[in-house]
Design a protein around this ligand. Structure first.
Ligand code: CU
Length: 144
């Protein structure tokens, strides 16, 4: 049912977007929108198996909870030890793709020892990346 709603909305959004239905446009991202991880820093050592704070930064775009359709907004997703998912699909929800659907702009994260990557990706009210996608640089942290 959820998938059917997503398809219906994509078709609806395409009707006011480009005329080419084969390329259904996602929720448009505002010009200059930009996500970044405010903390930790790239290459930083973080405590292993102990919660540490991760700050989500966002410029020229707002945060809205999931399910709230409002222009120029979205919610944060933290990608852990993974690459960016397909830009035209709902962002997966698993231990490598954390959703912050309440509009959170920070979290406490706990990682096992070793090297890990962190990256932010914005998703629209239906957890689909914007067009163009708004994501941060992928950083590496060392948990020890
Ligand atoms: Cu989401």
């Amino acid at each position: 049912m959820y998938k059917l709603i997503a398809v219906a909305a994509l078709v609806a959004s395409a009707s006011w977007g480009t005329a080419d239905l084969a390329v259904a446009a996602g929720t448009p991202a505002p010009a200059g929108a930009h996500a970044y991880i405010g903390y930790p820093n790239d290459g930083q050592v973080v405590p292993a198996n102990k919660p540490f704070r991760v700050w989500f930064g966002l410029r020229y775009m707002g945060v809205a909870p999931k399910g709230v359709k409002f222009p120029n907004t979205g919610h944060h997703h933290l990608l852990i030890d993974t690459d960016l998912p397909p830009p035209d699909q709902e962002i997966p929800s698993d231990r490598n793709h954390l959703h912050f659907g309440a509009g959170e702009t920070e979290t406490m994260l706990q990682l096992p020892p070793g090297k890990h990557t962190l990256q932010l990706l914005m998703g629209d009210y239906m957890h689909v990346p914007h067009d163009p996608p708004v994501y941060s640089k992928k950083i590496t942290v060392i948990a020890r």
